[in-house]
Every structure is written in C-alpha cells, then in structure tokens.
Design a protein around this ligand. Structure first.
Ligand SMILES: Nc1ncnc2c1ncn2[C@@H]1O[C@H](COP(=O)(O)OP(=O)(O)OP(=O)(O)O)[C@@H](O)[C@H]1O
Length: 208
C-alpha cells in the first residue's frame, strides 16, 4: 500500500494531500496547475515535500526530519507525459535500461501484452507515437516496480490506440496487482481505468 500525506508550498498555493493507494488504480484528476505532477514527483523522489510522510509498504520514502530515500532505491516506475525514450538507443536498449539483467525473457509477458516484440531492434524515430508509448510503458514496467506512476500516459494517442492501450494497462494491472497512480484529464479514461478517483484543485483533494 502506498501512503501519502504531504505538504509543499508552491508558487500560488500550498499542496496538502492525504491518500492511500492499495493494489488498485487511483486516478488523480484536476485542472492544469493543480499539483498533480508535484504529487507524482514527490512519490518518485524527484522533488521533496516540505513536510509529511510517503511510505510504500514498510519502506519510508520520505518523512519530516529524515533524509529522503534516493529515487533509485524507491522501486518506482514512472511514465512521463512526453514518454522521453533515449533517441540513440534501440527499443531493446531502452527497455533494458535500469533492468538488472539484459535478458528480455524476464519481460516477455509485458512485451506480449503490449505487442512490441517485433520492434526490439528499431530506434525511436522509426516507430509510431503509439508504439513509443508502449515501449515507454514496457520500460517503466521492466524494472519490476512496486508502484507505478503514470502522468497522462495516453494523451498523445489517437482514439483507437488509446482505447487499446487502456485495455493493455488493465490487463497488466490484473497480472501485476501493484498500486498505480494515474493522472489524466480525460473523464472517460478516468472512469474506465480507475478503481477510485481523487479530485485535486489548488493543491487540495476534494470529494467528487
Ligand atoms: N518546485 C516548485 N516550487 C514552487 N512551485 C512549483 C514547483 N513545481 C511546480 N510549481 C507550481 O505548482 C503548481 C502545480 O504544478 P504541477 O506541475 O504539479 O501541476 P499539474 O496539476 O501537474 O499541472 P498540468 O496538468 O498542467 O501538468 C503550478 O502553479 C506550478 O507553477
């Protein structure tokens, strides 16, 4: 279970949120600039709250007055909005980045569900946006994360590809059963993917 209770002063308001994510998909839903990415970045350790606590199972990621756990030790899979693949690396190298071994058989199930087995030798500029999205998701999952953070992962995709990727994400979640925190602006996507929706505005969670 991921437990988050943090405060952080931002430019125009103070972020102050408290929530838990069990082995479920929780959607963080709110207007631009409401603090969603800051929440995800805090869990990943890319920014630090001013105070509070972030804990995954028995691992304390952050607690007031303690040294924050470094990002690399947190076992967090993070899929950014622009999915940033390394352009000079093949698909296989991109997925292998951060894995303990380079043995693709470890991630065979992920490659199968996402249907990207045939792309392993290609480079990012040779594949479509939807394929890049799947590769980025595979890369996030390949490290066997204990928690998955997805920041508008499907927003750049066309409708048909988005719907297919949503189904793939649900299938992967059924297989993996880890806490997933997902940011989306798409109400239909939030309804389809979420076990629960947290609505955020100006740094505060509001009931839907
Ligand atoms: N390190 C920081 N220090 C101070 N203010 C910040 C910091 N990072 C972001 N902000 C401000 O906090 C607010 C929330 O930003 P954040 O990126 O978390 O929003 P968001 O909900 O993810 O927005 P979007 O949907 O547009 O990506 C913004 O007004 C931003 O300018």
């Amino acid at each position: 279970m991921l437990e988050v209770h943090i405060q952080k002063k931002l430019t125009h308001f103070t972020l102050d949120v408290q929530f838990v994510v069990r082995d479920e998909i929780v959607v963080l839903f709110g207007p631009s600039g409401s603090g969603k990415t800051t929440v995800l970045n805090s869990v990943a350790g890319l920014v630090h709250p001013d105070s509070g606590r972030i804990q995954l199972h028995d691992m304390v990621f952050f607690a007031t007055g303690q040294k924050p756990m470094p990002t690399r030790k947190r076992k967090v899979g993070y899929l950014f909005q622009d999915y940033a693949l390394f352009p000079h690396m093949s698909v296989k190298e991109n997925i292998g980045y951060g894995m303990q071994s380079n043995d693709m058989s470890d991630v065979q199930a992920i490659l199968d569900v996402l249907g990207i087995q045939h792309l392993l030798t290609a480079y990012p500029h040779e594949i479509s946006g939807g394929e890049k999205q799947r590769v980025a998701l595979a890369r996030a999952l390949a490290t066997k994360p204990d928690v998955l953070l997805l920041d508008e992962p499907l927003s750049a995709l066309d409708e048909a590809t988005r719907l297919r990727c949503q189904d793939e994400l649900l299938e992967l979640h059924r297989m993996w059963k880890i806490p997933i925190l997902l940011v989306t602006h798409d109400t239909a996507e939030a309804a389809k993917l979420s076990d629960r929706i947290l609505s955020i505005d100006r740094g505060v969670l509001t009931p839907l």
